[in-house]
Design a protein around this ligand. Structure first.
Ligand code: UGA
Length: 437
């Protein structure tokens, strides 16, 4: 068996590395030559736990990395994992996927084999049927379901757990017609991900499952953040105890109830905006989805208001941001809440100092010399008027009175309650904790 993966971002590089490390002949394709040459040498283009190790193992076995799309020739399965970025109006931009699908169609035209094309990229309901399928059929001059298979296969992996989630996802969703291709795909996944439930449905439903999944996660986060904000007005309340208790109700579940500065990252907000836009277009008012996004955006403003309440005008104040990645154990800063906060603070002419164990390089790519990059937490706190813990990096656990002793004003906003149990000689505010009295 031979498998091709087109698009070597988080999903594609992880998938091709895992496939090949399990001994399946795999070809990983990306049009970016520079990216390919790095990956081919065993260096992932982003930080992801255990990815380097898995990639190296894969390269020693059966992984070929190339920028030549023609390498999909004679593959049994062709996974398409290219990005579907967000347009200004929230809609998704299909230009990458359309270009790739057009070329794949032209290659299938000359191919004797009957490959199965699986779309992992996140696309709104109807895209497979109305956009991807016609492009493939037109360019290949062949019929889907007869000459090649076409299956929606949405991805649910989380960054920082990408390898683990690829080996054992919570579900495999396969959307499309119930043909021999679907049978072959089902058989493949039942071997690749043994004991993982497989849901077989049509294209539109598979596409909608992805959006339903991500929008339910954001709803949980905005819900707990709203409760956390109410808690802050009730002396001595603790959001983590509340989350632990309600999380034990099996109807609620304990995951994604970690209150904080809001959800970030390249997926959740993008998918929310796409679903809101889609919903508007089909004449359904997305009241709940809009509220979830609004709560998310307000979290940053709440942090700024808290700072202004204690410090007054923020102009020329030195503010320390601890954590710029969109979550721990990643160097990814795309749509990170910290980056959005920094941008807002810069408009107020604040002096920003940041520290992050992994994401400084990517943060520098955004802000250049406009902000200061500290080498340690203690350096970052030197002369600061306020420290904001945005991301729960393990390193922040060791923060104590000694680390804050050179702060200009000992004022801490702890969005992740990292220091909640410590006795600090500082004005301490935490998201979701009522003032101690
Ligand atoms: C998210 C989904 O979790 C994946 O299932 C999905 O496949 C992926 O998007 C995607 O569509 O590509 P990811 O972007 O890696 O995965 O990040 P998450 O772990 O979901 O975290 C997103 C944001 O929510 C982060 O800023 C995180 O700090 C925040 N979050 C998460 C909370 O504030 N509280 C929580 O309890 C959980």
């Amino acid at each position: 068996m031979k498998i091709a993966v087109i698009g070597l971002g988080f999903v594609g590089l992880t998938l091709s590395s895992v496939l090949a490390s399990k001994g399946i002949t795999t070809v990983g394709i990306d049009l970016d030559k520079e990216k390919c040459s790095k990956i081919a040498k065993g260096t992932p283009t982003f930080f992801e736990l255990d990815l380097k190790k898995t990639l190296k193992k894969a390269l020693k076995k059966n992984l070929l990395i190339t920028d030549k799309l023609s390498s999909i020739n004679n593959c049994d399965f062709i996974f398409i994992t290219v990005g579907t970025p967000q347009k200004k109006n929230g809609e998704i931009d299909l230009s990458f996927i359309k270009t790739v699908v057009r070329s794949v169609g032209k290659i299938i035209l000359k191919n004797k084999k009957k490959p199965i094309v699986l779309i992992k990229s996140t696309v709104t309901p109807g895209t497979m049927k109305n956009v991807i399928l016609p492009i493939l059929e037109k360019n290949s001059k062949k019929k889907a379901g007869k000459d090649f298979g076409l299956i929606s296969n949405p991805e649910f992996l989380q960054e920082s757990k990408a390898i683990q989630d690829t080996i054992k996802p919570h579900v495999v969703v396969l959307g499309g017609y119930k043909t021999k291709f679907m049978k072959k795909t089902e058989k493949f996944f039942s071997r690749f991900n043994p004991n993982v439930p497989i849901i077989i449905t049509n294209h539109q439903t598979a596409e909608m499952i992805k959006y339903a999944n991500n929008s339910f996660l954001t709803t949980k986060i905005s819900f707990i953040n709203q409760i956390a904000n109410i808690c802050q007005a009730i002396p001595n309340t603790n959001i983590d105890d509340i989350a632990a208790a309600i999380g034990l109700d099996p109807r609620i579940g304990n995951m994604f109830l970690n209150a904080g500065p809001g959800y970030g990252g390249s997926c959740l907000s993008k998918d929310m905006n796409a679903l809101i836009n889609f919903s508007d277009n089909v004449g359904i008012n997305p009241t709940l989805l809009n509220a979830v996004e609004k709560i998310n955006q307000e979290q940053i403003q709440n942090i700024i208001s808290l700072m202004e309440k204690t410090l007054g005008n923020l102009m020329n104040k030195q503010i320390t941001i601890l954590g710029t990645a969109f979550k721990p154990n990643t160097d990814d800063v795309r749509d990170s809440v910290s980056i959005a906060l920094i941008k807002k603070l810069m408009k107020k002419k604040v002096k920003i100092v940041v520290y992050d164990p992994k994401a400084i390089k990517n943060t520098k790519n955004i802000f250049g010399e406009k902000i200061v990059y500290a080498k340690s937490v203690t350096d970052a706190l030197d002369k600061s008027h306020c420290a904001i813990i945005m991301v729960y990096w393990k390193q922040f656990d060791s923060l104590n009175n000694n680390s804050i002793k050179y702060m200009n004003k000992k004022f801490i906003i702890d969005c992740r309650r990292v220091l909640a149990k410590k006795v600090l000689d500082a004005e301490y505010h935490a998201i979701g904790l009522g003032q101690k009295i």
